[in-house]
Ligand binder design. Sequence first.
Ligand code: DUC
Ligand code: ZN
Ligand code: ZN
Length: 463
Amino acid sequence: MTTLIKNGTLVTADAEYIADILVEDGKIQAIGQDLGASADQVIDAQGKYVLPGGVDQHVHFSFEFNGAKVRGFESSKAAAAGGTTTVIEFVNQIRGKGLVDSVEDYRKANADGVAAVDYSFHAVMTDPRPEVIEEIPDLAKAGYPVMKLFMAYKGMFFHADDDAILKSLLKAKEAGVTVMVHAENADAIDVLQRQLIAEGKTEPYYHAVSRPPIVEAEATRRAIYLAQLADAPLYIAHVTCREAVEEIAAAHSKGQPVLGETCSHYLVLDESNLAKPDFEGAKYVCSPALRTPDHLEALWQAINQGWLNAVSSDHCGFDWKVQKHMGVDDFRNIPNGAPGLQNRLEVLWTYGVEKGKISRQKLVDVFAATPAKNNGLFPRKGSLTVGADADIVVFDPSWRGVFTVDDMLHDVDYCSYEGMEKIGRVEQVLLRGKQVVKDAVYVGENGDGQLLQCEPYGLLYQQ
Ligand code: DUC
Ligand code: ZN
Ligand code: ZN
């Protein structure tokens, strides 16, 4: 089966040019002019942009919060519909089980044969016994070379203290495993939350008040110092504020291998969403919290500076009607997380490229190329090069409309960007050569995705 994508403007992380792409056996076979006159299928991309399929290095299909569980891998078709052809999911280590076994057992039961796009995992260490720390190098051998620790969430089983983080950093660097942290000061949040609840401040808006930028900045700085102590690279998940960016930038300027990501919602939504009436604000309860508008500009700048090298979705599919309402009397019980798997590219295009915040090359860089590098998947993923997987998006920049839940395939009863302007849309998507989006309609199926083997030390790839 051969497919020719002709007359499109190819956009990669470092170039833009008009060319045809010939796809054969799931790979990019050739890039050039006047290719494949006899291709089985032809997609005319005249007037459209042709991008590598996105790599979303931060999604949740198994996160649980006070017994509420997010939508699973069945909903990964939303990724394909939004131009993301690779997802990397966080899997909590099961107490009493090893890191690799926890991921493998979860994968077999939940992802294999179900995922609609290609996939891999980050192990979340929850049980830092000495033998678990010793096991960290096995993650690299198993193809899961980026692990995560939660500095936030005091009292929850996945919370990690400094002891676990330092030991992980020391062991991880031996094997090329990258440590990623969710950086928020769990004790400070707990104190502020108790105080607010005691004052009767129970509404969703107080979620943001209970975890201000400084709790993120403090944990970011602490993690950076621990990484310095261990002489190990460090990756900061979902950076949301100027203060945390400044910590990363300072470490970076000293030559310390510290980088981070931000997420689509932190770039375009702000804490005023949490104040929406009739409990609507609960839709926007995610952690770290949405910030005041001035922080958004700092994040765009950090992307352009390279301190934040990826934009993820942190997709977390809790519904509003039932699950978010668990916290109707106490914001602490609102499941943390917001859906966004399908929206990353169109948000970055509309509010990044169209508003002049980032170039098209930078969009491809943070949407596809660098998340692929971070996770040891480049150039197989995130690039338009001969021999790469034919994960390709044809994007129509002339489309105009709005984001709406009616278009979402994420199986949740709301869209985080409901009613917001949308410029451009994902029109065609190939996943390893198979067309999974045709004329903006999802035509793939669960099970189209394949497990990926990630190579260790993706983060240092970029130093
Ligand atoms: N924050 C979220 O908002 N959702 C999932 C996990 C997290 O830390
Ligand atoms: Zn997190
Ligand atoms: Zn997350």
